[in-house]
Design a binder for this molecule. Structure first.
Ligand SMILES: NC(=O)c1ccc[n+]([C@@H]2O[C@H](COP(=O)([O-])OP(=O)(O)OC[C@H]3O[C@@H](n4cnc5c(N)ncnc54)[C@H](OP(=O)(O)O)[C@@H]3O)[C@@H](O)[C@H]2O)c1
Length: 242
C-alpha cells in the first residue's frame, strides 16, 4: 500500500494531484480548510485544518499520521502544496497580520508538517518522501509578491535542510516549481491593480499568450515523475523536467 498526504486539496493543483493519486491506486489524505467532492473514494480521507493557524496543526494531524504509521505501508509521501498568494503589495503597504498569515500557511505549516512527518514516520524500511511545491518566485523577487516569494524561498531551504539532516536514510526530499498553472491563484494575480502588484503585466501576459497549463496536466506529471517515479535527492524540479 502507498500513502500520500496532500495539503490544499479543495481546488487547483492540490485537488488535481489528489485525484491523480487516487486514480493511480494510492490512499490519499487531504489536509486543508475544505475538501473537494471530486475526491470521493474509499481510499480518501480528509483532515480539516487551517494551515494559517499554526497552533492547531499538530493536534489536527497527529491522530491521522499515527494511524497511517500504524498501517506499516511500504511508502508514504507528504506533498506540501497548499499556499496563498495573499497579501499582494509592495513592502510598506501590507497589513502585518496578512504577512503573518501568508508566511504561516506557506512556510511555517510545511515546516511543522515535515517535522511531524519525520517524527512519526521513523521506519527506515519504509520509503518516505517530502515534496515541497515551490515556485519560480523562490528565486525571483516580483514587485508586489514579496510575502509569497519569501515564503517559497524558505520552503526550498526546508528541502535542503531535510536532505542535510535525513538524506542518508530512506527519506527523500525535493522541491518542485510546477510552472504556470491555470488555477485560482493565477486568476487572483491577474485581478490585482498595478499599484498593488507592479508585476501585474507579467501575469496578464501569461494568460494572453496562452502559457497557462491545466492543473490535471501538471498533476499527472507530478504524480508519475515525482510521487511514483525515481527522484533525485534534494533536486529542485522545474516544469520542463517533468
Ligand atoms: N498556479 C500557478 O501558476 C503556480 C505557479 C507556481 C507555483 N504554484 C504553487 O502550486 C501550489 C498550488 O497552487 P494553486 O495554483 O493550485 O493555488 P490555488 O488554486 O489558489 O489553491 C490553493 C490551495 O491551497 C489551499 N490553502 C490556501 N490557504 C490555506 C490555508 N490557510 N489552510 C489550508 N489550505 C489552504 C486552498 O484551500 P482553500 O480553498 O481553503 O483556500 C487551495 O486548496 C501552491 O503551492 C502554489 O504556490 C502555483
Amino acid at each position: 500500500m502507498k500513502n500520500a498526504i496532500v495539503t490544499g486539496v479543495s481546488r487547483g493543483l492540490g485537488e488535481a494531484l489528489a485525484a491523480a493519486l487516487l486514480e493511480r491506486g494510492l490512499t490519499v489524505t487531504g489536509v486543508g480548510r475544505r475538501s473537494s467532492a471530486r475526491l470521493a473514494s474509499e481510499r480518501y480521507r480528509f483532515v480539516s485544518c487551517d494551515l494559517a493557524d499554526a497552533g492547531a496543526i499538530e493536534a489536527a494531524l497527529i491522530p491521522t499520521l499515527d494511524a497511517i504509521a500504524g498501517l506499516r505501508s511500504e511508502y508514504v509521501c507528504l506533498v506540501n502544496n497548499a499556499a496563498t498568494a495573499e497579501p499582494v503589495g509592495v513592502i510598506g503597504s501590507m497589513a502585518s497580520d496578512a504577512i503573518v498569515a501568508s508566511l504561516t500557511a506557506n512556510l511555517i505549516a510545511p515546516l511543522l508538517l515535515a517535522n511531524l512527518f519525520c517524527r512519526v514516520f521513523r521506519d527506515t524500511a519504509q520509503e518516505r518522501r517530502i515534496i515541497n511545491v515551490s515556485s519560480g518566485a523562490a528565486q525571483s523577487a516580483l514587485p508586489g509578491g514579496g510575502a509569497y516569494s519569501i515564503g517559497k524561498a524558505g520552503l526550498e531551504m526546508l528541502t535542503m535542510q531535510l536532505v542535510a539532516e535525513h538524506g542518508a536514510s530512506t527519506l527523500k526530499a525535493i522541491s518542485v516549481r510546477p510552472g504556470i498553472i491555470d488555477t485560482g491563484m493565477q486568476q487572483f494575480m491577474r485581478s490585482q491593480s498595478p499599484k498593488a502588484l507592479p508585476s501585474l503585466a507579467m501575469f496578464q501576459d501569461f494568460h494572453a499568450s496562452g502559457q497557462l497549463v491545466a492543473p490535471n496536466v501538471v498533476a499527472a506529471k507530478i504524480a508519475d515523475k515525482l510521487v511514483l517515479g525515481e527522484i533525485e535527492q534534494g533536486r529542485t524540479y522545474l516544469y520542463k523536467d517533468l
